[in-house]
Design a binder for this molecule. Structure first.
Ligand SMILES: C[S@@+](CC[C@H](N)C(=O)[O-])C[C@H]1O[C@@H](n2cnc3c(N)ncnc32)[C@H](O)[C@@H]1O
Length: 376
């Protein structure tokens, strides 16, 4: 596991703030590494046998598992602790951010002025209902709320927050998802050398920078609906010495011209949209691709057995990942066809990054689902 890189846009922590973050990290590691596997044990040893005794068969799907598992005292204990750890996670990163916010905003302004990449914000952009309705992952204000002028807080909090959320497994620059999708491209399309790249739902640019570094001659754009994460992304990219053009746009309908990109990407973004937005985003990706262009989306793993699916969907029911629940069952090829792709040009792959996740004991989480589409 690599240490998290302390770049210029991250706040300093006092001794007590650091101790609190360390505690949250260790607590979450304990919950996912030691307690969470126990939920599978209680399912196998007492919940499923009781279900079988009553019904003469195993639970048929995740909903049947849900009905019985949510009554189990061990599951209830783990679930309550997991939810509380998520709330503590944000509390532990919000305190140092709030304390240093004026300095962080000033630092972002200075870095942005030095930046060769651009930042284009649109105060008139309507934030989609799927972001306004609930704070995804319980992050107060979500990705889009400005609490003050030129705010960067949502980005600061998200950067350190996802590092703690994944127990450090996202890597020194939270770039595991970008590196995984890049590894997929290199394995499946080794000769594809994009010159114009778009990352949809780029948030703080943690995955976007991977592509800018991998293809230094390419023009790389990142779009997101959230202004504070984009201000942060722009300053963070400057702090890390990478040029990317960021703009505040909805991936359902952007202002880029037809055929503007060779490669359109997203990393763990689609499951945070909605049933109606999904085909619109896929359609927009198709419009933006030049003939022969490639679209790649990396999505969260959803589990294989009913019990695994139930556990994977804990986030949907308890961590405001509301749409993720439906992504489990959606036919992504059919959605791409609605977006204008030919079914034969769309492929769904499972792809596992090579990394050491032994500390998390949760390896099935790392078999990502990749949706690939070509515009021939
Ligand atoms: C989980 S974050 C993904 C962050 C980043 N791509 C990564 O690899 O870690 C999802 C991001 O998608 C953005 N998003 C969701 N719906 C969007 C849309 N319709 N258009 C543009 N961005 C969107 C959210 O604002 C959020 O920043």
């Amino acid at each position: 596991m690599q240490d998290f890189k302390q770049h210029a846009m991250l706040p300093a922590t006092t001794h007590d703030e650091q101790a609190r973050q360390d505690f949250v990290g260790a607590f979450r590691g304990h919950l996912s590494g030691r307690l969470m596997p126990g939920t599978y044990q209680v399912f196998a040893s007492r919940v499923e046998p009781a279900f079988k005794a009553k019904h003469g068969r195993a639970p048929a799907d995740q909903e049947e598992v849900r009905k019985v598992m949510t009554q189990d005292s061990f599951y209830q204990f783990w679930s309550a602790m997991q939810r509380r750890s998520q709330e503590m996670l944000w509390e532990s990163v919000i305190d140092p951010t709030e304390r240093q916010l004026p300095e962080l905003i000033e630092r972002a302004r200075k870095l942005s002025r030095k930046n060769r990449g651009t930042l284009r914000l649109d105060p008139e952009l309507e934030i989609p209902r799927y972001h306004r309705a609930a704070d995804i992952h319980l992050q107060p204000g979500g990705y889009h709320t400005d609490f003050t002028a030129d705010d960067v807080a949502a980005g600061v909090v998200y950067d350190k927050g996802i590092n703690l959320y994944m127990g450090g497994a996202l890597g020194a620059e939270n770039d595991l998802t970008g590196n995984t999708l890049l590894a997929y491209l290199r394995e499946k399309h080794p000769d594809f050398k994009p010159k114009r790249i778009l990352d949809v739902g780029c948030a703080i640019g943690n995955s976007t920078l991977v592509w800018a570094r991998a293809f230094p001659k390419a023009k790389v754009h990142g779009i997101d609906v959230g202004a504070p994460v984009l201000r942060y992304a722009h300053a963070r990219a400057a702090a890390l010495g990478v040029d990317v053009d960021f703009s505040q746009q909805n991936g359902e309908h952007t202002d880029f011209p037809d055929g503007a990109f060779d490669l359109v990407l997203s990393h763990i973004t689609l499951h945070e949209t909605s049933r109606s937005a999904l085909p619109r985003i896929l359609g927009e990706c198709r419009r933006l691709l030049r003939p022969g262009g490639l679209m790649l989306h990396l999505e969260i793993p959803r589990g294989r057995t009913p019990m695994e699916k139930f556990m994977h969907n804990w986030e949907a029911y308890n961590n405001n990942e509301t749409f993720a629940r439906f992504m489990t069952d959606i036919d992504l090829v059919a959605e791409s066809v609605k977006g204008g792709f030919a079914a034969a040009d769309v492929q769904i792959d499972q792809f596992a990054p090579k990394l050491d996740v032994s500390q998390m004991n949760y390896t099935e989480h790392f078999f990502w689902k990749i949706l690939a589409g070509w515009k021939r």
